[in-house]
Design a binder for this molecule. Sequence first.
Ligand SMILES: Cc1cc2nc3c(=O)[nH]c(=O)nc-3n(C[C@H](O)[C@H](O)[C@H](O)COP(=O)(O)OP(=O)(O)OC[C@H]3O[C@@H](n4cnc5c(N)ncnc54)[C@H](O)[C@@H]3O)c2cc1C
Length: 456
Amino acid sequence: MNTNRFTGTLHLPGDESFEEACFGRVFNARRPFDRCPAAVLEAESEQDVVEGVRLAVERGWQVAVRSGGHSWATWSVRDEALLIDLGGFREMSYDATTGIVTATASVRGGDELNPYLGEFGRFFNGGHCPSVGIGGFLLQGGQGWNARGWGWAAESLAAVDVVTAEGESVRADERHHSDLFWAARGAGPGFFGVVTRFHLRTRPLPGHLAHSVHAYPLGLFDEVMTWLHGMHHTVSDLVEIVALTQTPPGHDEPLLLVTGVSMTDTPGQAAEALAPLHANPYADRALFRIEAQPTTLAEQLRGQRTANPEGHRYLVDNAWLTGPAEEVVPAIRKAFTEQPTPQTFTIWFSMAPLRELPDMAFSLQSEIYCATYVVHDSPERDGELRAWLDDAMARMRPVTVGQYLGDSDFTVRQLKFMGDEQWRRVQEIRAVRDPKGLFVGYLSTGAVSNTNHWEQ
Ligand SMILES: Cc1cc2nc3c(=O)[nH]c(=O)nc-3n(C[C@H](O)[C@H](O)[C@H](O)COP(=O)(O)OP(=O)(O)OC[C@H]3O[C@@H](n4cnc5c(N)ncnc54)[C@H](O)[C@@H]3O)c2cc1C
């Protein structure tokens, strides 16, 4: 095979480097060794991607893509497909006249993009964990910092550069190739092209970040969460509100942490924005309290990195929830109060009051996002822990409207992830843009139906 057409490296099965090329950049240590790509191309340029797509067409292979390697179910490693790994293709440039930053897909939102933008006093609402690649994150919607107030990260896309199934490189925005631009904001791993560059609208770096944490014993779970459920929509939209069960560093037991991070410009604004969270009627029973303390993005990112340590096995699931507190709180109780391993954590992420979404493929959300991350190190415990997680998620079913692609795995269960009209449109565009099914699409057992499995 002529590999001179690439500046990057092509790895073939049988090469000593092949396994490392397949799995070396995968975040989740629970790896799908039963899936085997046809080849892995470590692309270094847009031209490499074009040549990679053309090679796949010549060989009759499908194409899978990897940017940051953070998909929990390792969507990038697919049987008989050319895996185009964009990890070695890293570029960023900022245009101060438009406020738009252009970044290649493997750039990491917290580790690379925001430190770079900080030099210009600008910010992008990338993923919470600093090492998440912007590629997979943006394509599925992108629940970045303060998604509740600033919206989904994909809403800040101005344009994308895409290598199509025909091996052509095009720029897609509201006016050109608008079908691709529409789909790139929410189709996630079902997208039918390789995005090489994202053009992103940035915002001014907030002048003053502050945070509040109230830590409660799990015995107060029902009381505290019922209160939070009734009031979170009233808090300023400059506050990211997350309640989570976690064993914080220095503690032996999991605690319920009710947290707020405010993105304002002054300490006075921060104190005012966070004050409603301090008025918790159970505050005097908190084990510790931090209130409107100044923080930095770097400190918040360090906390995220500690919560999501590398090198461990993760089992993850999620649900969009709706309903009154008396239904939602008991439905999520197991996920929050019975942690099966010390590093396991469950988050309750406020999106209330819900903002209207622009016209894009991403189209399903609710007031509360709930996700559980089971973290462990014993392959022999995978089955037992999976059963625990499945049961915790099954209990949420009565109040579940669907799921977010970012924390999903269709090989385990399928839930609705976009509106019916949007789902129809994604399939119509795919039929035109990728009629032969060059791109691997959603990884699933069985056909993808965009339906909650219990409603089929
Ligand atoms: C520790 C951790 C923290 C996370 N925190 C958040 C968070 O705060 N908010 C949130 O929304 N999500 C979060 N996620 C989920 C994460 O956003 C998704 O897993 C996302 O898919 C990761 O993107 P990636 O590029 O790193 O992953 P990859 O595994 O490289 O990509 C996932 C898939 O997306 C598609 N894809 C990626 N890049 C391209 C491209 N350039 N062109 C075409 N298709 C592409 C492919 O199908 C690919 O297989 C987190 C995940 C982890 C592991």
